[in-house]
Design a protein around this ligand. Structure first.
Ligand code: SF4
Length: 406
């Protein structure tokens, strides 16, 4: 069965000290043995992810973390990975026991509060510790909580109901990728190069998601490769609403697309959908200020296997070195790796982040802003170096931001 991509799922992080039964809570909610449980503190190492269809919320992703009170050298590493989970958490479950509430739980609450993450406290092992200080305290502070025994499967429906109740209303009105750009009946041309980087037998996730959004909008898509642009436009009897291309072929597509057809790229529509188009555009304009001695960080949200002349590893560095000088240095990080210290960098260049949820991408943008390091995106950089930035931003003139769930 094809599942919804991770980036479209509501991310529910499970936090709490070691041995309060976080993994049992995950298993009880999902009705499966998704996470290994034992009485030994620290059984959960890397965050454990479990996707689930959670009606009426739709697709969600539970992320079970190791306790932030983990110890030892390995414990430190586990802690760091757990802390990173806050960056993408949209709803937090704070697991403890009725007789356990202290500085640690307060620290977790502060972390979720700072990030404005709705939080539900779960008082687990209620069969063993029915009463305790935590309940009184939570009542007093008006913090939502539910009692359960995950191992005995007591209180599971109540926990599910409480999760549904604290989900932000915005979650239900998420925007589509092309909102404000494409309406019912419009025709959109999608340029999808089939080169050696294209995966065998399929098209890549950003292209699939844009295509699905066009269908959701009752609009029409004409999918072509870069060799068929002129003929496709000639054959069309109606004027297309917009042409969206892979940014790597921007130059050719721009030359072959008449000015009357608005044009942009997949990664630029994702700059708006997953991030913040204004900030990322401002980042692209900082390219002119780069010096040959500077260092640039390239970030890819997935860990695809690069095959020759890769966009992030080869093409963007080459185009930027042509413009700035051969001395310009690049570091590449992939997946969830993202340095805490950005001080070595003069610019961060991010991919479209189609596999991330929006919160994770916005967290990275905030992280850059805090350290005063500009951040931009692949498509915007390519448009900038080819001198077509204004053209590819024109389709967003009146819709630069998607005002939704942050
Ligand atoms: S590189 Fe980025 S935009 Fe491209 S498929 Fe991977 S996560 Fe999605």
């Amino acid at each position: 069965m094809q599942k919804a991509p991770k980036g479209l799922r509501l991310h529910i992080g499970i936090f709490g000290r070691r041995n309060v039964g976080k993994s049992s809570v995950l298993n009880a909610i999902t009705g499966q043995d998704a996470a290994i449980v034992s009485d030994i503190p620290g059984t959960t190492t890397d965050p454990v992810e479990k996707p689930m269809e959670f009606l009426p919320l739709g697709p969600v992703l539970f992320v079970d973390t190791a306790g932030l009170d983990d110890i030892g050298t390995l414990g430190e590493l586990r802690k760091r990975k757990s802390v990173k989970v806050f960056d993408r958490t949209e709803l937090a479950l704070l697991v403890t026991e009725a007789n356990i509430w202290g500085e640690y739980e307060e620290m977790l609450l502060t972390k979720t509060k700072e990030r404005r993450i709705p939080t539900l406290v779960i008082l687990n092992k209620i069969d063993l510790n029915g009463s305790g200080a935590a309940r009184t305290l939570l009542d007093k502070k008006n913090i939502p909580y539910v009692c359960m025994s995950a191992t005995k499967r007591i209180g599971v429906p109540e926990v599910k109901q409480a999760i549904i109740q604290i989900v932000p209303d915005d979650w239900y009105k998420q925007c589509g990728i092309l909102d404000g750009m494409v309406s019912a009946g419009d025709t959109v041309i999608l340029v999808v190069p089939i080169d050696k980087e294209a995966p065998k037998g399929r098209i890549i996730l950003p292209q699939v998601q844009v295509l699905r959004d066009i269908l959701d909008k009752q609009a029409n898509a004409l999918v072509i490769n870069e060799r068929g642009i002129k003929q496709a436009i000639k054959n069309l009897k109606i004027r297309p609403r917009v042409l969206i291309t892979d940014s790597q072929v921007f130059r050719q597509v721009s030359e072959e697309t008449p000015d009357y057809i608005p044009m942009t790229s997949f990664s630029i529509v994702f700059a708006r959908y997953k991030g913040d188009l204004s900030t990322l555009t401002a980042g692209a304009k900082r390219i002119n200020a780069l010096k040959e001695t500077d260092r640039v960080l390239i970030c890819e949200a997935c860990t695809h296997h690069p095959i020759g002349d890769d966009i992030g590893r080869d093409k963007i560095p080459r185009w930027l070195r042509d413009k700035i000088g051969d001395g310009l240095k690049f570091d590449i990080v992939a997946g969830r790796d993202f340095p805490d210290d950005l001080s070595p960098y003069s610019l961060v260049i991010h991919c479209g982040a189609c596999v991330f949820n929006r919160r994770e991408m916005l967290t990275r943008i905030c992280h850059c802003a805090e350290q005063n390091v500009p951040i931009t995106n692949y498509g915007l950089v390519i448009a900038y170096v080819h001198g077509i930035l204004d053209r590819v931003l024109a389709p967003f003139q009146h819709n630069a931001s998607l005002q939704w769930y942050r």
